[in-house]
Design a protein around this ligand. Structure first.
Ligand code: F6R
Length: 607
């Protein structure tokens, strides 16, 4: 939820830390801080609000001297956004400074214990207990202290730690929260993700839980909790530095919307060889597929919406029962899941706390876990039996677009693969699906050309108080995503409904001029959805229709958006594009902070 960075090398640390924090601001943006070691002591600066405030306060970091430091950008969980609650947190003596991403679940009992011992707390955060625990356990050996501290705290953490007794190094450790180590030339880094340090290095260590890292300018050593050195493999980051830059776009979100054809190509094409789907990356055999009793899909937010698409697609193609559940519900519902079930966890970040916990719950029941993840080496990927990576590249905008699209494409690949193994597709059907999958990136590019029309429609409707999305079957699944995209970035109230369900209550909300976006791309259900659109129109709604080229909604729609035709199951990939653009342009017309919508953060590592 928060972003952490650390630097040690030959340059002044604070400007580098601030520049890196800029790349992590998507993870949290309500306050920020840095601490450096300078003149025999730890100095720090913190500021409520966006990073720009901290930059101003420190003259872009120039005012904080020193060549070793740690930094943090916060998304508040314990205590309101304020200078005091911002990280780094210092121990009472000022010997330790700590930045933390995660949640310390037992902080109340630890705080009580420390208060009883005379420690004084100045913030409302859970993190401050870590700074005081360091002080409490420190008897001159920093490794012993780190081991004691991580043994005492429960929950999740990625920690960067400065200790004034060790001016030539800093320390890091993580558990269930992301953190990587960047290996430079005479300088080394920690970061919550690659984007923040790729400018400096492409050589990375991915860390296991509770590996303790000691970073000096000339080298990095990693230890286990028995203080034995662990030999780590260096991983090379292959994606381009431009992937983490705006590249001339006003917002990351539009850049990422436009990157979708490329992201889809990268995700689909390596998995189709000689006209066949090849899923080398997973170990699911035909025998395994035949034995599957039921599939559960667990995810949150937009990734959950991919799961809703997946339910329709997999059930239709594979005739296996699929239950899609919001991960935060699944984890506490005592699920009836077992060894013959396949659980598919979907997550862009690979670190969403609820999805990870739901996955672990399923694993405890003996289920096999296949995850669809965008971030290599993330906690969800590491905890899964099999991983199908989406190759969307880094997604920075809080509202997901290209990750959602690539997740859908992996679902199509998986469903087609399984249906083929189960003997449920004729060779003709299989060949058509492969052809349409290969053409999908180009068709998405074609839909993206409709930008001007969507921009025009957004300029007409950006003042609406409420917007409804309706559809049936796969169109309903996409309606859910269209509605979320709109509301999360434009703050317009919106609901998505199965078109046939409106008349059971929600239709009473329709009044003169209410915008209803009716998605009717499904051929078999086209007439049914048009009838539902007529029902709302009769009650004063303005209807915006979305249909394929072969269907005509003009008898009911005041405005119509056309998408190209393709295999039925692939249509969500095309339908969602105008909805993403509509949300974007509505938010843009309203002057909203599109990449960093209020109250949200990109990755949700709290329950
Ligand atoms: C919405 C959005 C969120 C995420 C959700 C899950 O635009 O991005 O709803 O889809 O928080 O995140 P991941 O996919 O990282 O598990």
């Amino acid at each position: 939820m928060c972003g952490i960075v650390g630097y040690i090398g030959g340059s002044q640390a604070a400007p580098i830390l601030l520049e890196s924090l800029e790349k992590l601001e998507y993870r949290g943006y309500d306050s920020a801080g840095v601490a450096v070691y300078n003149k025999n002591a730890i100095e720090f600066a913190k500021s409520k609000g966006r990073l720009v405030n901290l930059k101003e306060k420190t003259n872009n970091g120039e005012d904080l001297k020193g060549i070793v430091g740690i930094g943090h950008t916060r998304w508040a969980t314990h205590g309101e956004p304020s200078d005091l609650n911002a990280h780094p947190h210092l121990s009472s003596s000022g010997r330790f400074a700590v930045v933390h991403n995660g949640i310390i679940e037992n902080y109340i009992s630890l705080k009580k214990k420390l208060c009883d011992k005379g420690f004084e707390f100045i913030s409302e955060t859970d993190t401050e207990v870590i700074a005081h625990l360091f002080e409490y356990y420190y008897k001159g050996d920093i490794m012993d202290t780190i081991i004691k501290v991580i043994d005492r705290v429960e929950g999740s953490y990625a920690l960067g730690v400065l200790c004034s007794d060790y001016p030539d190094r800093f320390f890091a450790v993580r558990k269930s929260s992301p953190m990587i180590v960047g290996l430079g030339d005479g300088e080394n880094f920690i970061s919550s993700d690659v984007a923040a340090i790729i400018k400096h290095t492409r050589d990375i260590y991915y860390l296991e839980d509770n590996e303790i890292v000691v970073l000096k300018a000339d080298g990095v050593k990693v230890y286990n909790t028995d203080k034995e050195e662990v030999k780590k493999e260096v991983s090379k980051v292959t994606w381009d530095i431009d992937a983490a830059e705006k590249g001339g776009y006003e917002h990351f979100m539009m850049k990422e919307i436009e990157e979708q054809p490329t992201a889809l190509e990268k995700t689909i094409s390596p998995r189709i060889k000689d006209g066949k789907i090849v899923l080398d990356d997973i170990s699911l055999t035909t025998e395994d597929i035949k034995k599957i009793r039921k599939i559960y899909i667990i995810a949150c937010g937009s990734a959950y919406h991919v799961g809703v698409v997946a339910k329709y697609v997999i059930e239709k193609m594979c005739r296996i029962s699929v239950e899609t559940q919001v991960a935060s519900e699944f984890r506490y519902c005592d699920p009836i899941v077992g060894a013959n079930d396949l659980v598919i966890a979907i997550s862009q970040s690979g670190e969403t706390a609820d999805t990870l916990a739901a996955l672990k719950e399923a694993k405890n029941h003996g289920a096999r876990i296949l995850s669809i993840v965008n971030v290599v080496g993330s906690a969800i990927a590491n905890a899964s039996d099999d991983v199908l990576y989406t190759w969307a590249g880094p997604e920075i905008a809080v509202a997901t677009t290209k990750a959602y699209s690539t997740q859908l494409s992996v679902i199509y690949l998986l469903a087609t693969y399984m249906a083929d193994k189960l003997g449920l597709l004729t060779s003709g059907e299989y060949a058509k699906l492969i052809r349409d999958l290969q053409e999908l990136p180009a068709k998405v590019a074609e839909v993206l050309e409709n930008k001007d029309k969507i921009q025009y429609l957004a300029s007409k409707f950006f003042n609406c108080h409420s917007i409804f999305f309706i559809g049936r079957n796969l169109d309903y699944a996409v309606a859910l995503e269209g509605s979320l995209k709109l509301k999360e970035i434009s703050y317009i109230h919106s609901e998505a409904y199965a078109a046939g369900e409106l008349k059971h209550g929600t239709i009473s909300l329709i009044e003169d001029g209410t915008l209803v976006i009716a998605i009717a791309t499904n051929n078999d259900l086209f007439d049914k959805t048009v009838s539902n659109a007529k029902e709302v129109k009769a009650r004063g709604a303005v209807v915006m229709g979305i249909a394929t080229e072969k269907n005509d909604m003009s008898e009911v729609a005041d405005y119509e958006i056309k998408i190209p035709d393709t295999s039925d199951i692939l249509l969500p990939s095309l339908t969602v594009i105008p909805l993403q653009m509509f949300g974007y342009y509505v938010a843009s017309n309203k002057g909203c902070d599109i990449d960093k919508p209020r109250n949200l953060a990109k990755s949700v590592t709290v329950e």
